[in-house]
Design a protein around this ligand. Structure first.
Ligand code: RNT
Ligand code: ZN
Length: 428
């Protein structure tokens, strides 16, 4: 157990160190409280969803592992999210997928989902003053079996997914209205091919046309923000992804020029070539677009959606957001799924890691780095960057946790173990 006196003492020492670099730790802690991360509900049940048809995943994404205690209902999933959120400092949003509709046996398919199917989520969020984000679920469904949805050449199938995405936007806007906070509705489709297509253009044309139709309906910006997520490849769709980075870079520009001027591009940290990272892309995008959505994830050799840790990639991303003045303009949402470990611990590890990286970035003495750069003193710049990496951000992190009334260090593990013994163990 970390004791409060020690945390306080270390924090005071850290404050002095940061002050020498012109950084105000108290101001950074205040800033942290204003920066939510959207917690993805799908880590709680391995992306299974709550519909009766429960198709689970397909389209190149998958959760592996059979750790006991997976949630089996909306009530259990919400309880698990409550548990995870009780161990996280700051404020979280909650990211839902359409497949988390609670249909109560009603025979309705995804193209006809309505806001009432999410009534329990809305009530739960209202009670906690939590904001919600949303995603149409274009996978794990018999009509997604071809790995083609919005770009399917079969007009009936394509229509089904267009209607599903339209329904999702309607639901998301309703949720935004009823919570009084905008909902980010992120469209990701798995569309692609295992082997080389003979007509790459055809499917991209279809995807463009589908999105044009989906996004044509206007909703107030206070209720709904639209986003589209690009990707390089998935398992089973190795040779071609319709919605590639270039496709969506072009699409967002096209849509914004044609009236959908709030459309946001989503970059998932696992959606590029394994050696390509997204940090360098952030400043380019923020130069041309007011907002950006980042899926914080960790690919291991491929888009494997491992639990986020505060590794170099996450640090780089957060530093770049900070240096580009992007906090407040970049929506951050976690996106990973690991069924091989305690699922609540997975959330807590991943979100706390992202928050730690965010904190370290905010504590970076960026002005000092810039001063050196502007003076052409590049060795000084490098030396300062190197120094910044080992400044005592962990002491500030523990103080932030203490202030927020959540366990510091790994003390939160005790609570997870207890929850496992009292709650998860009874789920079979
Ligand atoms: C898939 C995308 C997408 C999904 C979620 C479940 O590669 O990253 O964001 O992970 O929508
Ligand atoms: Zn993603």
């Amino acid at each position: 157990m970390l004791n409060q006196e020690l945390i306080q003492k270390q924090y005071e020492a850290a404050t002095e160190v940061y002050a020498q670099f012109g950084v105000d730790t108290a101001a950074v802690i205040e800033q942290m409280k204003q920066l939510p991360i959207s917690l993805h509900c799908w880590q709680g049940d391995d992306v299974t969803g709550l519909e009766s048809l429960a198709g689970g995943v397909s389209g190149g994404i998958m959760s592996t592992g059979a750790y006991p205690g997976k949630s089996r209902s909306g009530a259990e999933l919400r309880a698990d999210i409550d548990m995870a959120m009780s161990l996280l400092p700051g404020k979280q949003r909650v990211n839902l997928h359409a497949s988390y509709a609670e249909l109560d046996g009603e025979a309705v398919d995804r193209d006809a989902y309505e806001t009432r199917h999410f009534a329990r989520w809305i009530a739960w969020a209202k009670e906690r003053d939590v904001a919600i984000d949303f995603n149409p679920t274009c996978f794990g469904h018999p009509l997604a079996a071809d790995n083609l949805t919005l770009s399917h050449p079969d007009e009936k199938i394509r229509r089904f997914w267009i209607d599903h995405c339209k329904a999702s936007r309607r639901i998301a806007a309703d949720i935004g209205k009823s919570l009084g906070k905008p909902v980010v509705n992120n469209i990701w489709v798995p569309d692609g091919m295992k082997d080389m297509p003979a007509d790459r253009l055809l499917y991209r044309r279809l995807l463009r046309d589908s999105l044009d139709e989906i996004l044509a309906e206007q909703y107030p910006a206070e209720y709904l923000v639209d986003a589209v997520e690009c990707k390089l490849f998935g398992v089973g769709v190795e040779s071609y992804t319709v919605g590639s980075h270039e496709f969506y870079m072009g699409y967002v520009a096209h849509a914004r020029a044609n009236g959908c001027d709030h459309l946001v591009l989503t970059l998932d940290m696992g959606h590029f070539h394994p050696t390509e990272t997204i940090a360098d892309k952030i400043s380019s995008l923020l130069l041309f677009y007011p907002k950006l959505l980042i899926h914080v994830s960790r690919g291991v050799k491929w888009d494997s959606d491992h639990v986020v840790i505060s590794d170099e990639n996450v640090f780089d991303v957060m530093r770049e957001i900070k240096r580009a003045g992007g906090f407040g303009r970049v929506y951050l949402a976690t996106d990973f799924f690991d069924g091989s470990i305690n699922r609540i611990a997975a959330w807590v590890i991943g979100i706390r890691a992202a928050q730690k990286a965010m904190l370290a970035a905010l504590l970076e003495p960026t002005d000092k780095l810039r001063e050196a750069e502007n003076a052409g003193r590049y060795a000084d710049r490098l030396a300062l960057m190197e120094e910044a990496r080992t400044l005592p951000y962990a002491a500030v992190w523990n103080k932030y946790c203490l202030d927020e009334g959540v366990p510091a260090g790994v003390d939160w593990l005790d609570k997870v173990h207890e929850y496992e013994q009292t709650v998860l163990k009874n789920r079979t």
